[in-house]
Structure formats: structure tokens, C-alpha cells
Write a protein that binds this ligand. Sequence first.
Ligand code: G3D
Ligand code: MG
Length: 180
Amino acid sequence: MAEFDMTFKLLMFGDGGVGKTSLTQRYVTGVFVDSQRITIGVDFHIKELTLEGKRIKLQVWDFGGEERFRFLLPNYCRGASGGMFLYDITSLTSLSHLVDWMQIVRQNAGLVPILMVGAKADLANLRKVQPQEAIETAKANKLSGFAEVSAKTGENVEKTFETITRLMMKKLAARSATSS
Ligand code: G3D
Ligand code: MG
């Protein structure tokens, strides 16, 4: 049963501490792990899903967001089909770093679909970033969509990974159409 119709490489990127590892874990294993170790470099996970009748293998690449691991990023971006930029809804700084991250990702992965993802949506009482601000930033930087998620409660997690997968499928279909 190891037959897939498509394989996608999905990048999780954004500052250290915004919740990339927790979100990846929640999606891949279905649980929230309360205390995350710091990701060293990159972690790699596989999730299998079926969408629109297609069996899809999703490779989720979870980066260490720390400055000292940034030198690894260009290499890991190569061959990516899409990505999620994560910021923490309680940190304006984490949103403001979008441009730096996007520059590296665009340069090395090209014009692949990328979602703007506000993490830790359960911490609404500590909110510093309004959805509207993130949506405008996403538009200004040509991202493909926006969602808020909580790895802690599971809110919107599955749906958001499905959204990016559909966008990657669309992009792949468009590319096949122009090359044949
Ligand atoms: P990173 O991989 O982007 O560096 P992590 O981020 O997934 O390691 O998460 C950083 C911290 O934020 C962790 O707390 C983690 O538990 C917390 N966190 C992640 N996602 C959520 C969420 O959806 N809701 C809440 N409330 N917290 C979240 P620690 O205490 O381990 O530093
Ligand atoms: Mg991490």
C-alpha cells in the first residue's frame, strides 16, 4: 500500500518559539506535546492523506527557527512544493520577520504556495496580532492564504494542512498543463 499519487515537500518556517514543532506534531501524531525540545536544524515527518481521491504523501520539514541554524535554510528549501509561515498571535515581532524568511524561501523554493498561519490561537487573551493585520501582510507579500490555528486545542489544524495541500495540488496541475 505504499503507492502514492503525489508527494509534496512542505516547509514549516518562522521564528523560534512560534509553535512550528507543536503544530507539526499535532498534525502528524494527533497530540499536543506540552514541552518541546528545541529543534536542532531540521526535523522531518511524513503524513499520508487522501484528498480529492488522490493518495498523497506529505513530507513536513520543520526548521529550527534559531538564528544560528539559518545557514541550513537555503538547502532545505530546494524542491519544496509549498510552505507555512508561522507567527505567534501573541508576538508582533514574529509576524514582522515574515519578509526575512520569505526572501530566503522564495529565492530557493520559487513561487510555491505559502500560507500565513497565526499559531497559539487559544491564547486569545494575550493576542497582539489582529487577523486583519496578518491578512494584509500576507497579501502584500503574495502569500496564498491565512489561517489561525492552535496546536494545543487542535483548532483548525487538519483543515489548514488540507488547504495548503490543495494549493500544492492545484499548482502541480497547472504546471503539468503547461508542460504537456
Ligand atoms: P518552534 O518549533 O516554532 O520553536 P514549539 O515552537 O513548537 O517548540 O513551541 C514553543 C512553545 O510554544 C512551547 O512551549 C509550546 O508548548 C508552546 N506552544 C506551541 N503551540 C502552542 C499552542 O497552540 N498553544 C499554546 N498555548 N502554546 C503553544 P514551551 O513551554 O515548551 O516553551
Ligand atoms: Mg521547533
